[in-house]
Design a protein around this ligand. Structure first.
Ligand code: HEM
Length: 397
């Protein structure tokens, strides 16, 4: 691939801030997206097993609806969090992203509909299971399969986008233009690695779940121990499977001895030991977040090296500094996002820790955070729309 083609596909307006910042934000936000992808797939997959046990086991009767609920909420979060890396990737790697979206255009449409249908069916599964223990199995399986399929499509876009040398052949195989939009590429070992991570993620989630509920007197001790042991099993077995898949992937692309790859392997070993001991799953979760960031960094390193080798270096992207835009973005992300998320998390934590009904209006911190969130959101809307209108009329009148 001639670098001039890639460079010609860049946005002539340049990027509004230093590319390294977008790159870092891409790594951060993709790790967050992946965390909820893995939690949703893991929780949903395990809940399907739960639907088969629910009628005979009191523990599964309690755990299954909680897993379904966890998966259901995680899907909505993964969708929201998927938008951020999408924006960052299309700012600095726009040639890659748009070419992949063109070559696989039909799959992009299919992806959206698959997601909508899969998620609606998830709600069907949720209500069917709520109405009758063990209910909704078939719908649940179909919804799960559709959401996994959506993940495979996402993987196709990611893989196609880093195959610039083959784009021409995909666009016009044997010289005949193929505009079906059905280009489909799968890198099995990479995909297996990504999806296998949902096993340890749901394992660590279960350890956290058990630790979180252990302070509640209305949850039986046997149940707490059962969920913790189940979590440990999933964490250990899952990490071993993921580690093997990771080594296979790294061997395939010749990155096994790269320092980042070695750091990931070391991280997985630490996770394995911590998961096995399960002395404090909250600390294990912090290590998991670090490992997730490293894995996200590895995906970016592979793409960066590949593109750099072809003469496309994101650090050379023309920068057209636009301070107000970046300031608005950072304030929104850090202040509005930060306080909003803190509010929801604090409330969720306290609801879970309180037996019976939690009255948020009587809690000092939840009330404070709620009021801050509301006022910041109102201020944000006024500034966002006011500023937008000002710029619009200033430019056009
Ligand atoms: C159930 C739905 C989804 C699943 C299971 C899923 C899963 C995945 C997986 C497995 C990857 C990694 C692919 C790889 O590196 O091989 C990925 C990447 C990604 N996903 Fe998702 N995803 C879902 C929905 C979404 C949505 C709705 C968005 C955007 C709004 C999104 C945005 C992204 C982006 C931007 C990437 C990185 C692409 C790249 O680096 O080229 N995903 N997703």
């Amino acid at each position: 691939m001639d670098a001039s083609v890639l460079l010609a596909l860049r946005d002539p307006a340049g990027v509004p801030f230093y590319p390294v910042v977008f790159q870092a934000l891409y790594i951060l936000t993709w790790a967050l997206h992946a965390a909820f992808v893995l939690l949703s797939l893991g929780a949903m997959g395990l809940s399907l097993y739960g639907t088969m046990q629910q009628k005979n086991s009191p523990y599964w009767a309690m755990l299954t609806p909680h897993l379904i609920q966890t998966g259901k909420i995680s899907v909505s979060i993964l969708i929201v969090l998927g938008v951020a890396p999408l924006l960052f990737t299309q700012v600095i790697y726009d040639p890659n992203w748009y070419v992949a979206n063109t070559l696989s255009g039909m799959f992009v449409f299919i992806f959206i509909y698959a997601l909508v249908i899969g998620y609606i069916m998830y709600y069907w599964y949720y209500y069917a299971n709520k109405a009758k223990p063990g209910g909704g199995k078939l719908i649940g399986f179909i919804s799960f399969a559709i959401l996994v399929f959506a993940g495979i499509l996402m993987h196709n876009f990611a893989v196609t986008s880093i195959m610039p040398n083959e784009w021409m052949e995909m666009y016009a195989p044997n010289g005949v233009v193929d505009n079906s939009g059905l280009t489909f590429n799968v890198d099995i070992i990479r995909l297996v690695f990504m999806v296998s991570l949902s096993i340890p993620v749901v394992g660590i989630f279960l350890q956290n779940y058990s630790r979180f509920l252990s302070a509640r007197e209305d949850f039986e001790k046997g149940y707490i121990e059962y969920t913790a042991a189940l979590g440990t099993k999933f964490t250990v077995v899952g990490l071993i499977i993921s580690a093997v898949a990771f080594v296979g992937w790294m061997l395939q692309i010749g990155y096994l001895f790269n320092p980042l790859s070695l750091a990931i392997i070391a991280g997985v070993v630490v996770l394995l030991l911590m998961g096995y001991k399960n002395s404090n799953s909250y600390v294990t979760t912090i290590v998991l977040v670090i490992v997730a960031l490293l894995i996200s960094g590895m995906r970016e390193l592979i793409r960066f090296n590949l593109m750099n080798g072809l003469g496309y270096n994101i650090y050379d992207y023309p920068v057209n500094l636009e301070i107000p835009t970046i300031t608005m973005f950072l304030l929104t992300f850090l202040i509005m996002g930060g306080i909003g998320v803190a509010y929801i998390l604090t409330m969720a934590w306290k609801v879970g820790k309180t037996p019976g009904v939690f009255d948020a209006s009587k809690d000092k911190w939840v009330t404070k955070l709620g009021n801050y969130t509301l006022s910041i959101m109102v201020a944000w809307m006024v500034i966002y729309f006011g500023w937008g209108m000002f710029i619009l009329f200033n430019n056009t009148l």
